[in-house]
Each structure stands twice: as C-alpha cells, then as structure tokens.
Design a protein around this ligand. Structure first.
Ligand code: FES
Length: 145
C-alpha cells in the first residue's frame, strides 16, 4: 500500500484555499519548534458563518494536505460547527495519514481554533477558554519529518 492516500497526494499537489485574507476577521498561527513547521489560517466571518478561509503553511506535505482539507471542511459552516472540527475528522477525510504524520493534522485543528478565538477576542464575544488549546511552549508531538 502507498504511504500516502490519493487524497493526501491530491491536496498536497493541488492545495485548496492557499493565500492570505488581508481584512480577515480572525487569524490563527501555530508553529511547532521541533520540526519548524508553521501554519497560519485566515477566516472571513459574516453573520457567524465562515464565508472565506485561506491558509499559509510552511511545512511538510502532510501539514499542507491537512490545511487544504481542513479549510474545505469549514468553509460555509457556522463558527460553532467549525469549533467541533477535530484532527481525526481531517485525517479521515484525507483517507488517513501514516501514524508518525498524524500530529501534522493537529496543527490544522489548532490553527483554526486559534483563528476563531482571535475572532471572538476582536469582537468581544464571550467564550469558554476551555474550548481552546493552551499556548504551546514546547514542541508538542511533532518530532518527525
Ligand atoms: Fe511538522 Fe508535519 S507538521 S512534520
């Protein structure tokens, strides 16, 4: 069996939603100091719906494929639903990732959640801080390339 699914290869070679939203309503950036990969998510939100999303990922192929798939999964969705997106759902939508690459999909989940938190903060919308991951000081789970 090939190491990467056809979907992973497709989203890696032809990533969807790459770019920047200059007037984004929420921006989330996460990085992993161990592998050095960085992911940045931009959200445009109108009436609680994610009307546009773009990403910049400086990282491995799995991180790029995960960003691409995750952005496709949240576009057009209400913010409350976006917050329920898990890296597991992203991985399943990609027809799986190798075990040692699962952590790359975590970056996508965290960057999206951070962008929503930024949107809430900018607009003074109250939220439960427990919904959002702690700021990562250490390298997290990403130890492989
Ligand atoms: Fe660091 Fe994939 S995100 S190796």
């Amino acid at each position: 069996m090939a190491l990467y699914s056809e979907k992973v290869m497709d989203h890696f070679r032809h990533p969807r939603n790459v770019g920047v939203i200059e007037d984004a309503d929420g921006v989330g950036e996460v990085g992993n100091p161990v592998c050095g990969d960085i992911m940045k998510i931009y959200l445009k939100i109108d009436g609680d719906i994610v009307t546009d999303v773009k990403f910049e990922t400086f990282g491995c192929g799995s991180a790029i494929a995960s960003s691409s798939m995750a952005t496709e999964m949240i576009k057009g969705k209400p913010v409350s639903e976006v917050l329920t997106l898990t890296n597991k759902a992203v991985t399943e939508a990609l027809d799986g990732l190798p075990a040692h690459k699962l952590h790359c999909s975590v970056l996508a989940e965290e960057a999206i959640k951070k962008a929503v938190k930024d949107y809430y903060d900018r607009n003074g919308i109250p939220y439960d801080p427990a919904q959002f991951p702690e700021e990562e000081e250490e390298g997290g789970a990403c130890r492989f390339r």
